[in-house]
Design a protein around this ligand. Sequence first.
Ligand code: SAM
Length: 271
Amino acid sequence: MSAGDSPEPAASAREAAGTPSPSAAMRIDVLTIFPDWFAGPADVSLLGRAASDGTLDLRVHDLRDWTTDRHRSVDDAPYGGGAGMVMRPDVWFAAAESVWNDLPPAATVGRDGPPPGAAHTVGGERPRTVLLTPRGMPLTQRLAAELAAEPRLVLCCGRYEGIDERVHEQVATDEVSLGDFVLLGGEVAAAALVEAVVRLLPGVVGNEASPWDESFSDGLLEYPHYTRPARLRGLDVPEVLRSGDHGRVAAWRAEQAELLTRRRRPDLLGG
Ligand code: SAM
């Protein structure tokens, strides 16, 4: 829906969706063994603008900065045998306590316990920390809105067979899945989560109302959009949209949203 078409102010759309108000500015830390992966997406489009105007403080960290050996290993063989390698909990614990507490890697690397005086500790009080995993809760618009209300997020991207279970239990506050499929790593899922959350921050999408007035915000898929030309290769824009009658347009859109949702996603209607 275009910004000017919004039938409701942003606050009431949010309240209708039962979601908290988003933060004005947000810091997101990403832990990954492929920090370069984020170099492109973070710099372009509205994400890049959010970063340059201070709405988003995105910090991408190389997990290997918390390794202890000269090969910078982050993985080891699984207990109990089996194919593939598992990401090491000692590296993840050190990285998490370093990033949570804004300490350099040297302050936590190789430690068998939290750094002295740390406010945020493994298994203790910690910022909202999302581990991306196919075993997590599905990433939904509702969850994105909930996360957008946090001042700070830490995102953990797994690779290989996944991450030692103690990291799931003691580092993550949330486990989130992009969908019922298996990716090579958590980076794509983390990037999707960043986009879904950041576009809900005030000012990121031109008009404040528009990100709250889309598919899923009101439990339905959105109605179809059209722009000029009115006729293209014999295909006409529906007459009602060209009528100038706002009441008829609103009724048509509501009907189309309902029809589309019933046809494609009856689960959203509880069916
Ligand atoms: N062995 C794991 C399993 O069967 O659940 C899959 C590991 S996957 C190859 C490696 C990493 O990719 C995971 O640790 C996770 O971070 C990420 N990943 C894969 N699929 C994902 C999904 N659907 N949503 C979020 N993260 C995913």
